[in-house]
Design a protein around this ligand. Structure first.
Ligand SMILES: Cc1ncc(COP(=O)(O)O)c(C=O)c1O
Length: 385
């Protein structure tokens, strides 16, 4: 079986896990937690990092600390894993769904058009003309490793008092290369959220992180994820908190993983380039490329099918790949059509509707070999493998 994305556990994972077990530091305190936070700061140049037990909890806390109140609205992409939309729901707020751009990221031009034409400003805050609700934040999701072009969005968000949260779960290691200093995914918005789930570029088994450039916000996040404990001796809690901390066991795996990030990213780039070379030879199939302004971690490679030229559709291709033991997937079912969310507002969604039929996610593990990629591209060419 060639899987879509397997972890690469080639470092000191076992050694560090044994150290946790041998010393009894297996829970939410311990040296690996501090070390892993420091390493993420060093790598991303984020001033502060708070480790949590999942990317979803990172998103939930980021929304709470952006003052999302019940009844508020949050702008989100319709194409994304569902976690950020669920996090909006945990806050009893409503999503507003936006279309995708050519890289499958939220379409910033449409976000700006929505903000300019469909909202009004009252007392310095932004309200939705249609629902009359306050729009408090936007979650941009950097999908599959490609970064959202944030430049045009930053000023309008500031002007409209809308907090910018980056869901960088899939884009750890991706960075913007246009600016004089490179800027890592998750370090531009008020918060950046990472995931270390098993399928991510580096993993802890499960886990996540909140990135912020503000010490005040980092301290607040640390407080909320520790059950909002005000007094650790008498266990006084002045607020409702959450049990969202990462354990030392998970951080032990994380620290072993981050030490190998350069090698993992190098392999990912080689895999992208080899796919590109092979797929360029096939009529009716192309790769979704990386935007010029960013260096992508190439987490998952995506191919686009031209239904006119290439005689099979995504569904038929999935059947064929499955027979040969190769795991491929369509992009996520659109969030604005999911049962819990189909009654919420959506704005001018056109491109996203075509993706399910035309885009395929192909195996992309950092350990993928050239002969395996050949097997995949030969199948795409209808050649026997
Ligand atoms: C875009 C995106 N956001 C959030 C998450 C949630 O992360 P976690 O599974 O760690 O909760 C994931 C993936 O799992 C994701 O792909």
């Amino acid at each position: 079986m060639i899987l879509l994305h397997e972890p690469t556990l080639k470092g000191n994972e076992k050694k560090y896990l044994s150290e946790c077990i041998n010393t009894n530091w297996i829970s939410t305190s311990g040296k690996f937690i501090n070390l892993f936070e420091k390493e993420i700061c060093k790598y991303t140049k984020s001033k502060h990092v708070v480790l949590v037990n999942s990317g979803t909890s990172a998103l939930h806390i980021s929304l709470l600390l952006s003052n999302i109140k019940p009844g508020d609205e949050v702008i989100v992409p319709t194409v994304s894993f569902i976690a950020p939309i669920n996090a909006v729901n945990y806050c009893k707020a409503s999503p507003i769904f936006i279309d995708v751009d050519d890289y499958l990221n939220i379409d910033i031009k449409k976000v700006i058009s929505f903000l300019e034409n469909e909202t009004i400003t009252k007392n310095n805050l932004t309200y939705n003309k249609k629902t009359k609700k306050k729009i408090s934040a936007i979650i941009v999701v950097h999908v599959f490793g490609n970064l959202v072009n944030l430049k045009p969005l930053i000023n309008i968000c500031k002007k409209k008092k809308i907090d910018l949260i980056e869901d960088a779960a899939e884009s750890f290691g991706s960075y913007y290369k246009n600016s004089q200093k490179i800027k890592h995914a998750g370090t531009i918005g008020k918060f950046g959220c990472l995931s270390f789930n098993g399928n991510k570029i580096i993993t802890c088994g499960g886990g996540g992180a909140i990135l912020t450039q503000s010490k005040v916000l980092a301290d607040k996040a640390r407080y909320l994820v520790t059950q909002a404990k005000n007094d650790p001796v008498n266990f006084v809690h002045d607020n409702v908190g959450y049990n969202y901390k990462m354990t030392n066991l998970h951080a032990a795996v994380g620290i072993a993983q981050i030490k190998n990030i350069k090698k993992i990213l190098l392999n990912k780039k080689k895999i992208f380039n080899f796919y590109f070379k092979e797929i360029s030879k096939i009529n009716g199939v192309s790769m979704i490329l990386n935007p010029k302004y960013c260096n992508s971690n190439n987490w998952i490679n995506l191919i686009r099918i031209d239904k006119e030229k290439y005689k099979k559709n995504v569904k038929q291709l999935i059947k064929i790949f499955t027979i040969y033991g190769i795991q491929v997937r369509p992009v996520w079912f659109l969030n604005h059509l999911q049962k819990p969310y189909k009654h919420y507002q959506r704005y001018n969604i056109i491109k996203a509707k075509k993706l399910l039929d035309t885009v395929l996610c192909v195996p992309s593990s950092a350990s993928l070999k050239k002969n395996q990629i050949k097997k995949i591209t030969n199948l795409l060419r209808n050649k026997n493998i």
